[in-house]
Write a protein that binds this ligand. Structure first.
Ligand SMILES: [Zn+2]
Length: 728
């Protein structure tokens, strides 16, 4: 559901310059800044095959500061040339020229984003702290350039629908509204304050994420004796041993404080005392009252966001954020969340009752012993046991069939069936780490080059936890064809030499999810880079990715690619049937841990100028929601990086549920047809959703695909909750 971020680079503000990267070099007479730093690899055009590939070769941390400064200087001159023009403003000399500006900066930021998310160390963090406010200031400089805005507004107001194609109209609207949203029409004194706020926020976001990373690396649990491994499957033991060896603790076992390490431990460890310890470390990230505590940062972020929203003419930050989303208003999101909350919380009580009964029975079988009342660190452990008892389904029974390499082939196969893509290894390209590999994507029928897919699968020091997709370069054909370059990133524990990486079912789902984002970027078929691929509202961007998750469990995928790592035999049909029967199991837990986070996020940003103590607010909000006490938010506030490491998902964590409403409804288009591989439905999906980027309003695009608006009924069916009377 939500184990990832989108587009690392897009977490840098750059709202105005857009989030597109491109290698295409403009015919610009602005060369001074670049010439001055000719040796800096960040400033070079991307060269090599496929219209150029990301210039990772030779990049060192010391290149970032001067490189980004020079790239900003170049972009500044390009913008100035537009703003200072004495010609009457036209689409070509204003909107198109704006779109063509800042390309060197976008390329440099693509590389900066890779270091930020996957090669982050003490030396880089210094650069990050310096550059974050400067990049924010640069965005404001553009948004607040009055001469530029007057020209953009003149083109927007004179919009000539008879001469422009729909994409030109959309781009003009987009550029204009982005500037207005960033404060182009604010009073001069307010503009200065907005810029000040944005720079301070950028510093706070950086500090927030560096604090979380620090707590993930510091608050680890070392296991010293085999007795402390009780219940852990071999794969978890091996991972913990490898982590200990890497941490210079040979012969011990290390449980690091990241989700990929903590969740399997909580699911299998029979040691309740250790589960409690590991769980507490994890839920207290950013909340330890030490130098890396995030509470004061959150209070300040919320105050600054509320103030900025007021200066921009909105009642709250939530209203400002939601204005250009698919949902449009906070009320629409609350209505959806509340409709799902009650049945989900009711389901949690049923799940807990099942677990408690099982715990009590175990106690009797062991000749009494201490009674256990299910606590949050017990949930995953007993849920796994209930699943075994109810569905005869054991997570460890599935894992040997889920090999990373095979699942990667499964992704390629599905992309071939649905979108006609073909993947082949692209060797010899520069990569930023030896673990990274690259594939070329072609159109199966025509052999036409589509793009490149980079894959960085393994966890390592300095890499952010979770999984995500990044756009290195957006597809466009604005001034010549430019193909998409995207990457998928995850944190699987790297196996020993010659050993396969075996995934859990959840990990496999996440892989499909992130690949859905990648396909969204690769499928893009638009003219302008700002409207390309995944550059859509956050509550729509999770729709293609969540939809793709559904193909993992199709028999076509499982029989071909879920092969036992020792025997090579496909997963037995009986086991597939069990997985299917258990698919709605534990949906109370999954929905409530997610929704509590989304509701707290939205309420924090609806609270306006109130000074907020995050701990108190979180406790109070959960109390009012009647949060079941046997679980916690998926991301507690002090570690809610989606919301506090940047603006992108602030008042936007609801997006996953919003998009899942579309997902559930969209998948029924396939089941109403001939099934998941119905070519006609897939063709409509590709045309109206995956190819369209942001060239069409999302609600219109969805209707064009589905022939109707989405309702909540399919979502409730998917999660196994009762469908409310009258719901579509
Ligand atoms: Zn996603």
């Amino acid at each position: 559901m939500s184990k990832h971020y989108l587009a690392a680079r897009c977490m840098l503000a750059l709202a105005v310059a857009g989030c597109a990267g491109a290698q295409h070099q403009e015919n610009s007479n602005v060369t001074t800044a670049v010439a001055a730093s000719a040796a800096n690899p960040l400033l070079q055009p991307w060269t090599g095959p496929y219209g150029g590939v990301p210039g990772f070769a030779g990049v060192r941390v010391e290149h970032f500061e001067p490189g980004l400064e020079a790239a900003m200087a170049q972009a500044r001159q390009e913008i100035e040339a537009i703003a200072a023009s004495s010609e009457p403003a036209t689409f070509e000399n204003t909107i198109a020229a704006f779109e063509a500006s800042g390309r060197t900066l976008r390329r440099a930021l693509a590389v900066f984003g890779v270091w930020e998310s996957t090669l982050n160390g003490p030396e880089f963090q210094v650069v990050e702290r310096t550059m974050a406010p400067k990049l924010a200031a640069f965005d404001d400089e553009i948004a607040q350039n009055e001469r530029l805005f007057r020209r953009v507004a003149a083109v927007y107001e004179a919009a000539d629908e008879s001469r422009w194609d729909p994409e030109q109209q959309r781009l003009t609207w987009y550029r204009y509204t982005q500037l207005v949203r960033a404060g182009a029409q604010a009073r001069p004194a307010d503009k200065a304050r907005i810029a000040e706020i944005n720079q301070r926020l950028a510093s706070l976001y950086t500090a927030f994420s560096q604090n979380v990373l620090s707590d993930e690396e510091t608050y680890t649990v070392v296991l010293h004796t085999p007795a402390e491994l009780e219940g852990l499957p071999d794969s978890v033991r091996a991972g913990a041993a490898a982590a200990a060896a890497e941490g210079k603790l040979p012969g011990k076992w290390l449980i690091t404080n990241t989700r990929s390490s903590v969740e399997p431990f909580l699911t299998f460890s029979a040691r309740r005392d250790l589960r409690e310890k590991v769980w507490k470390n994890f839920v207290n990230r950013g909340d330890n009252g030490d130098a890396h505590d995030n509470n004061a940062i959150i209070t300040e972020v919320l105050q600054l966001r509320a103030e900025r929203a007021r200066l921009l003419g909105y009642p709250t930050h939530a209203h400002w954020r939601l204005q250009d989303s698919m949902a449009k208003t906070p009320e629409a999101t609350l209505q959806l969340m509340e409709a799902v909350w009650k049945p989900a919380a009711a389901r949690v009580h049923e799940e807990v009752a099942d677990m408690q009964a099982l715990a009590d029975k175990e106690r009797e079988a062991n000749g009494a012993g201490k009674a256990i009342v299910i606590a949050p660190w017990d949930y995953r452990y007993y849920a796994e046991k209930v699943r075994k008892a109810k569905y005869d389904l054991d997570e460890n029974e599935i894992k040997p069939y889920l090999q990373l390499d095979q699942l990667r082939e499964a992704l390629f196969w599905v992309a071939g069936e649905l979108f006609g893509f073909e993947f082949s290894p692209a060797t010899g390209l520069p990569v930023y780490h030896p673990d990274v590999a690259v594939w070329e994507v072609k159109d199966k029928a025509s052999g036409k080059h589509i793009g490149l897919w980079y894959f960085d699968p393994y966890a390592r020091q300095g890499k952010r936890s979770g999984a995500w997709m990044s756009d290195y370069r957006n597809q466009e054909r604005f001034r010549g064809e430019v193909s998409a370059i995207v990457s998928n990133n995850s944190n699987f524990v790297k196996p020993g030499p010659g050993e396969p990486t075996l995934l859990s079912w959840d990990d496999a789902i996440t892989m499909f999810h992130e690949f859905g984002h990648a396909l969204h970027g690769l499928s893009s078929n638009v003219t302008y880079p700002s409207l390309s691929g995944t550059s859509v509202p956050p509550d729509y961007v999770e729709f293609p990715s969540q939809l793709l998750e559904r193909w993992l469990s199709t028999p076509e995928v499982l029989t071909r690619f879920a092969l036992h790592y020792q025997t090579g035999r496909p997963i037995p049909g009986e086991l597939v049937a069990k997985i299917e029967r258990a698919s709605r199991f534990n949906q109370g837990f999954a929905t409530v841990e997610y929704l509590s986070t989304a509701l707290v996020d939205m309420k924090l940003h609806l609270a306006g100028a109130t000074r907020i103590d995050p701990d108190t607010f979180e406790r109070q909000t959960l109390l009012e929601l009647h949060m079941p006490e046997q679980l916690v938010m998926r991301h507690r506030t002090p570690q809610l990086s989606h919301v506090f490491a940047g603006d992108q998902y602030s008042a936007g964590y609801y997006s996953y549920l919003w998009a899942d409403t579309l997902t559930a409804d969209a998948y029924e288009a396939f089941t109403e047809g001939s099934g998941p591989y119905d070519h006609a439905v897939a063709a409509r999906l590709s045309k109206y959703v995956f190819q369209a980027g942001n060239t069409v309003d999302p609600a219109t695009a969805y209707r064009a695909f589905r022939g109707k608006d989405p309702g909540i009924a399919a979502l409730m069916r998917k999660r196994g909750f009762p469908v409310p009377a009258g719901a579509r």
